[in-house]
Write a protein that binds this ligand. Structure first.
Ligand SMILES: Cc1ncc(COP(=O)(O)O)c(C=O)c1O
Length: 408
C-alpha cells in the first residue's frame, strides 16, 4: 500500500501537479484520458535529444548506435512490463488505436472472409469498434457484441452463445474507460482458445493500474498507449505472440521493414521491424521505458491497492449526494467514476469544476454505444491515479456543491 506521506513525495515527482489552475490547486482527475508525466520521463526525453539523438538501425556512428540501443532497450522494458516471452513480440506504434487498426488491417484482412464473425463487447471504446467495422466493410465479416448487465459486467452466458463456428477473433477491453470494469480476460481468452479463436485485449486502461501478464492471460494480442501509463503521447505498444506476428503481412510499407527491394519485388523483413515502417518515435520509446521503470519501482500491486482505497473513499463521498447517479457498479473495477448530476449538463459541470481547479472529463467518452446502453448521452467522469489524494476528491465534491447551487 502507498501511504499518505509516500503520495506527497510521489506527487513531487510530477511538475505539473504543482501548478495552479485558475488560481486554484490542481485536482487532476482525468487520468483515463491522459496521465501526467513524471520528471524522470521528461528528463529521459530531453537527455535523449541532448545526448543521443540520431536515426535507429541505420548508422554505424556512435549516436546511431546509442539511439538504437535506447530504442531496443525500451522494447525490452515493455517486454518486462507485460511479461512477454521475447522482446520481438513488442511492436512500437502510436498508441492503442493504431495497434488495433494494425491488427484489423493485417491479421484481420488476411484471415477474415464474408460471414466470419468478430466478437467485441458492449463496453468498448470507439477505437475497439470502428477498426472492426471498417474491416467488416472490407471483408463482409460481421460484428457480434457481448451484452452487459445494468451494473456494467459482461454476461458470460451470452459470450458463450456468441462464440460460434464463424468466430475468427475476439477483441475486448481489459478495463472499461467509462465503468472501470475489469473484465475476466483470462477466462474469456480460455473460452475462445477452446474453440481455436485468438483474442486481442485492449489494455489502454489497464497497464498503469493493474498487473498485466500477457503470458498468464495467454493473450494473442495486447495493446496500450504510453500516455495513459505516465509516458509520452505518440507512442504505444502492440504485443503479439511470435507465431501470430510471424504469420501477418506488413501494415505500412517503407524504410526499415524490408529485407530487400527491387522495382519488381520487395521481400519484407521479420517482425517487429516489419510492422514499424519509417523512422519510429525513438524519443517516445525512451520516455515510455523511463515511465515503466518509474511505475515498476513503485509497484503495480501497491498502486492498485492504493487506487482501490481511494476509489472506495470517492464512491462513499459521491454516492450520497442528492441527484448524483453513478453509472454501473461492477464488482471488480479500477478507479473510474462516471456519473450524472440531475439538472446539470455534464459540460456545464465540467466547466464549473474547471474554475475550481478540478479537471474531469465530460462527454460520451468515445463509447457512444455503451452510453446508449446506460441510458445517457453524456456523463462526467473522474478517473484516479496513484498521485491523487482525498484532498482531490474533496475538491471534486465541493465543486459539485457549487454546480448544484448555480443550477438550483
Ligand atoms: C479503453 C480504451 N481503448 C483505446 C483507447 C485509445 O487510446 P489512444 O487514443 O491513446 O490510442 C482509449 C483512450 O481513451 C481507451 O480508453
Amino acid at each position: 500500500m502507498i501511504a499518505e506521506n509516500d503520495v506527497a513525495r510521489l506527487r513531487g515527482d510530477f511538475p505539473i501537479l504543482g501548478r495552479a489552475v485558475h488560481g486554484k490547486r490542481l485536482a487532476y482527475l482525468d487520468n483515463a484520458a491522459t496521465t501526467q508525466t513524471p520528471r524522470v520521463v521528461i528528463d529521459a526525453i530531453s537527455r535523449y535529444y541532448a545526448e543521443d539523438n540520431a536515426n535507429v538501425h541505420r548508422g554505424v556512428h556512435l549516436l546511431s548506435e546509442r539511439a538504437t540501443a535506447a530504442y531496443e532497450g525500451a522494447r525490452s522494458k515493455v517486454k518486462e512490463l507485460l511479461n512477454a516471452s521475447d522482446a520481438r513480440e513488442i511492436v512500437f506504434v502510436r498508441g492503442a488505436t493504431e495497434a488495433i487498426n494494425l491488427v484489423a488491417q493485417t491479421y484481420g484482412r488476411t484471415h477474415l472472409r464474408a460471414g466470419d464473425e468478430i466478437v467485441i463487447t458492449a463496453m468498448e471504446h470507439h477505437s475497439n469498434i470502428v477498426p472492426w467495422q471498417m474491416l467488416c466493410e472490407q471483408t463482409g465479416a460481421v460484428l457480434r457484441v457481448i451484452p452487459i448487465t445494468d451494473s456494467g459486467e459482461l454476461v458470460p452466458d451470452e459470450y458463450e452463445r456468441l462464440l460460434g463456428e464463424r468466430t475468427r477473433l475476439v477483441s475486448i477491453a481489459h478495463v472499461s474507460n467509462v465503468l472501470g470494469t475489469i473484465n475476466p480476460v483470462a477466462e474469456i481468452i480460455a473460452r475462445a482458445h477452446a474453440r481455436g479463436v485468438p483474442v486481442m485485449v485492449d489494455g489502454a486502461q489497464a497497464v498503469a493500474h493493474i498487473n498485466v501478464d500477457v503470458r498468464a492471460l495467454d493473450a494473442d494480442f495486447y495493446v496500450f498507449s504510453g500516455h495513459k501509463a505516465y509516458g509520452p503521447t505518440g507512442i504505444g505498444v502492440l504485443y503479439g505472440k511470435a507465431q501470430r506476428l510471424e504469420a501477418m503481412p506488413p501494415y505500412q510499407g517503407g524504410g526499415d521493414m524490408i529485407r530487400s527491394v527491387t522495382f519488381e519485388r520487395t521481400e519484407y523483413g521479420s517482425f517487429p521491424g516489419r510492422f514499424e515502417a519509417g523512422t519510429p518515435h525513438i524519443a517516445g520509446a525512451v520516455g515510455l521505458a523511463a515511465a515503466i521503470d518509474y511505475v515498476m519501482a513503485i509497484g503495480l500491486e501497491r498502486i492498485a491497492t492504493y487506487e482501490r482505497e481511494l476509489l472506495a473513499f470517492a464512491t462513499d463521498r459521491l454516492s450520497p449526494i442528492p441527484g448524483v447517479r453513478l453509472l454501473g457498479a461492477p464488482r471488480c473495477k479500477t478507479a473510474i467514476l462516471s456519473f450524472v448530476l440531475d439538472g446539470v449538463h455534464p459540460h456545464d459541470l465540467g466547466t464549473i469544476l474547471d474554475q475550481q481547479g478540478v479537471a474531469i472529463r465530460t462527454g460520451h467518452h468515445c463509447a457512444q454505444p455503451l452510453m446508449h446502453r446506460l441510458g445517457v448521452e453524456v456523463a462526467a467522469r473522474a478517473s484516479l491515479a496513484f498521485y491523487n489524494t482525498t484532498a482531490d476528491i474533496d475538491s471534486l465534491i465541493a465543486g459539485l456543491g457549487c454546480a448544484r447551487e448555480v443550477f438550483a
